[in-house]
Design a protein around this ligand. Structure first.
Ligand code: FES
Ligand SMILES: [Fe+2]
Length: 344
């Protein structure tokens, strides 16, 4: 299967670039080095020194350049080699000595990199993750052997929460009981959003933290092909979970979960551990999901077997249509998945 290029991908959170060490990343098969210079410029380039093809991420950031750890060649954020220490005095670095640098955007506390055909760049979207600019955040990365489409859908799947997440996070995300849920879907070309109500069955401690409201407004969204959102809204509190995912290579998916929440310190001066608390919750949620995401066996066309969706799977059905439609437009030679049916 061809990996999905021609998209803006989240290369790292700004928080990861605090220490000026270069970061090594791999997105849709492309090895990348991400670094921030002394003056704050950010570069995302192929992770390869063109002298002897070693990873530049083994080197160090110095001033405005990244310096290869092997023989000290230096590159600026545009990928141009600016210094070769062994060059005889008076000689300049040939202009052809350069590596590929990718388009970069800094948005919503993250560094985004565009990988693919630059002629198609204007069609790719960075999701409006505005909560990351307003609230404190925690994040974690997970690497899975799973189906990308299933990972993409997992956060907006309303019905798995009752079952998959019942043991560890109890019920603070709310419950659904076989009722007719109105999802208020808004389906666009490249994304969908929606909202519905869940029952607040939290423990007394969770209610103290999140609120005593009877119903929890739950908003969700998916932006093709890499980001999904769950936005849990109490009257006074709000918790927003984003998941950003992509194929690292043919066998591995990277999933970064970012959780943002409305700070409640002003009302609860004694509750000073909200970051570790949220990180712990966030990690547990993902671990519980991974069991099922890695267990899923994507049914192949040849078997003639299909996912069976029922009336209440309307979000999954619409997500699947959006996914398949965009996948066709974004990849060449993609082995098209079986389209899910509403009813057999
Ligand atoms: S391999 Fe990078 S400077 Fe020689
Ligand atoms: Fe989940």
């Amino acid at each position: 299967m061809e990996m999905i290029r021609n998209q803006w991908y989240l290369a790292c959170l700004l928080d990861e670039l605090k220490h000026q060490n270069p970061l090594k990343k791999k997105i849709v098969g492309q090895e990348l080095v991400v670094f921030k210079t002394e003056s704050g410029k950010i570069g995302v380039m192929e992770d390869r020194c063109c002298h002897r093809n070693v990873n530049l991420s083994l080197g160090k950031v110095q001033g405005e350049t990244i310096k290869c750890g092997y023989h000290g060649w230096e590159y600026n954020t545009q990928g141009a080699c600016t210094c070769i220490p062994s060059l005889p005095e008076g000689e300049t670095v040939p202009r052809t000595v350069r590596i590929e640098a990718y388009p970069v955007e800094v948005k919503h506390q993250a560094v985004w990199v565009y990988i693919g055909d630059e002629a198609l760049m204007s069609q790719a979207i960075i999701p409006p993750m505005t909560e990351l600019d307003e609230f404190p955040i925690v994040y974690n990365y997970h690497f899975l052997d799973a189906d990308l489409k299933l990972v993409a859908e997992s956060l907006i799947d309303a019905y798995h929460i009752n079952h998959v997440h019942s043991a560890s996070i109890k019920t603070f995300m709310g419950n659904l009981y076989g009722e007719d849920v109105e999802f208020n879907l808004n389906i666009q070309d490249k994304y969908l959003t929606g909202e519905y109500l869940r029952h607040n069955d939290s423990s007394i401690w969770e209610k103290l933290y999140f609120g005593f409201d009877k119903e929890i407004k739950t908003k969700f969204g998916f932006w093709f092909p890499h980001t999904s959102k769950l936005d849990i809204q109490f009257k006074k509190r709000r918790m927003v979970i984003y998941e950003h995912f992509y194929q690292v290579d043919e066998h591995t998916i990277s999933m970064c979960q970012i959780t943002a929440w409305q700070k409640i310190f002003n009302e609860f001066p004694l509750f000073i551990f909200d970051k570790p608390f949220m990180l712990n919750k966030s990690n547990k949620i993902v671990e519980e999901d991974i069991v099922f995401l890695e267990n899923n066996k994507r049914i192949k066309d040849e078997t003639g077997k299909r996912d069976i969706l029922i009336q209440s799977d309307t979000v999954t059905f619409e997500f699947s249509k959006l996914w398949n439609r965009n996948l066709k437009a974004n990849t060449v030679g993609y082995d098209e998945p079986v389209e899910a049916k509403d009813k057999e």
